[in-house]
Design a protein around this ligand. Structure first.
Ligand code: PGA
Length: 254
């Protein structure tokens, strides 16, 4: 895969638009020299239009952190549809982040959202990851289930819209030393591709970007890249322009 991804999930930060613009303008500057990396900025919904107004370039794409499973409009108080995102300049949506799965989303909900978002032409970052690891390796089968259920019903021709973010829960929000080690990451990437090729075929599976998320930052990104993933989904480091700069440099290198 020649393109790499850096997806910055801002989560529920910051609280005001002024700060959001500050972070974004830092990212914008750092992204301008990036060549082969797709930088996707995923702020809270309210900040997307004001940030879009500040940007006319092509290096940064906008993403949302979630969407609803009804595609366009309807009586669903509080929800945002994938159609709204697609029609308003948003290219990507993260679905099934573990923090949403912790709240209430199960694989079935995630699957409905994935399908709706794909129907509306969005690129979908589907998050999967085990809560903890057991010595017998049962987490492989729970991961397989999560992956298969989240993608259920997708046609092979739709898979080019899907990116998989492998985010083990035990590695999220920790220090960089607690992130996964590159060899294990490589094993997980191969496993994810294997499950995809069993469900579709090898050629399709090879084209699906597999990303890693969980305590990635400028200090460990180079090491983690040895796990041969196609990019990273970052939380905290994605809200710091200086971190973004170094991470983009590393991803642009090879
Ligand atoms: P973190 O978050 O990079 O702050 O660990 C990652 C995530 O939750 O996607």
């Amino acid at each position: 895969m020649d393109k790499r991804f850096l997806i910055a999930n801002w989560k529920m930060h910051p609280v005001g638009v002024k700060k959001a613009k500050e972070i974004f303008s830092g990212a914008k500057e750092k992204a301008s020299r990036s060549k082969n990396v797709e930088l996707v900025v995923c702020p809270p919904y309210v900040f997307i239009p004001p940030l879009q107004e500040e940007y006319s370039g092509k290096k940064i794409k906008f993403g949302a952190q979630d969407c609803f499973y009804e595609e366009r409009v309807g009586s669903y108080t509080g929800e945002v549809s994938p159609g709204m995102l697609a029609e308003n300049g948003v290219a990507y949506v993260i679905i099934g982040h573990s923090e949403r799965r912790e709240l209430w989303e199960d694989d079935k909900t995630v699957n409905s959202k994935v399908r709706a978002a794909i129907n509306q032409g969005l690129k979908v970052v589907v998050c999967i990851g085990e809560r903890q690891r057991d010595p017998d390796g049962a987490y492989f089968s729970s991961l397989r289930k999560e992956l298969e259920e989240s993608l259920r019903g997708l046609h092979r021709s739709e898979l080019h819209r899907v990116l998989i973010a492998y985010e083990p829960l035990w590695a999220i929000g920790k220090t960089e030393k607690e992130a996964i080690d590159p060899e294990e990451l490589h094993t997980m990437k191969i496993f994810i591709r294997k499950v995809l090729s069993e469900n579709y075929d090898k050629n399709v599976a090879l084209k699906v970007a597999v990303l890693y998320g969980g305590s990635v930052n400028s200090a460990n990104i180079e090491e983690l890249l040895k796990g041969d993933v196609d990019g990273f989904l970052v939380g905290r480091a994605g809200r710091k322009p200086e971190e973004i700069k170094v991470m983009l440099e590393v991803l642009n290198k090879k």
